[in-house]
Ligand binder design. Structure first.
Ligand SMILES: Cc1cc2nc3c(=O)[nH]c(=O)nc-3n(C[C@H](O)[C@H](O)[C@H](O)COP(=O)(O)O)c2cc1C
Length: 167
């Protein structure tokens, strides 16, 4: 068992590396928060519901569906070739704000004061308030007319972490 600790806003956050299959039902049913990053290390967040897990040529991957209109889509195409997903009760407070604004116009992290944690395996961070986070390296994308303007981005899973907070 690997446990890594970090102090955020005077709370100790421990992260334990787990399998993708830990709490997999929550992964499918909940709204997650997608984090992406541009080449100047500026992070953007957006809520994300459409995703799947698959085995692509032997690699266990998370596939996310992002509309061409989103600023996040252009970051996935042109930014750091990684993404992370955060989930859990603690992140629901950010869903409305990050889903009703665009990183094209504002810096959501600063505007909404959202605490982040460095990724364990990725440069792209995760939300400090998550209860579980997924760190992925972008290995490809698929665009089809059947996807109705959404592009599928394929992320090879680098690590899945459970977060525990201690006062
Ligand atoms: C609960 C919720 C779930 C969403 N799921 C998705 C999704 O799976 N894919 C997508 O492209 N947009 C989704 N959206 C819309 C984007 O999150 C929203 O347009 C956001 O403002 C885009 O931000 P950006 O322009 O900074 O990338 C969702 C919005 C909400 C509120």
């Amino acid at each position: 068992m690997v446990i890594i600790s970090k102090l955020v806003n005077s709370k100790l956050i421990n992260r334990e590396k787990v399998s993708i299959y830990t709490n997999i039902e929550g992964f499918f049913h909940e709204h997650l928060i997608l984090a992406t990053m541009d080449k100047n290390d500026r992070v953007n967040l957006m809520p994300l519901t459409f995703k799947s897990v698959g085995n692509i040529l032997g690699e266990i991957c998370i596939n996310i569906f992002v509309s061409n209109n989103r600023y996040s889509c252009s970051l996935l195409e042109n930014g750091i070739q990684e993404f992370t997903l955060s989930r859990g009760n603690g992140i629901t407070q950010y869903i409305e704000k990050t889903g009703n604004s665009s990183g094209r116009n504002i810096n959501k992290i600063k505007e909404y004061n959202i605490p982040l944690l460095n990724g364990m395996e990725t440069k792209v961070p995760v939300l400090a308030d998550a209860t579980e986070s997924y760190e992925c390296e972008l290995i490809g994308s698929v665009e089809k007319s059947e996807f109705l303007g959404y592009k599928m981005f394929i992320g090879s899973i680098k690590g899945v972490y459970l977060h525990y907070k201690n006062s």
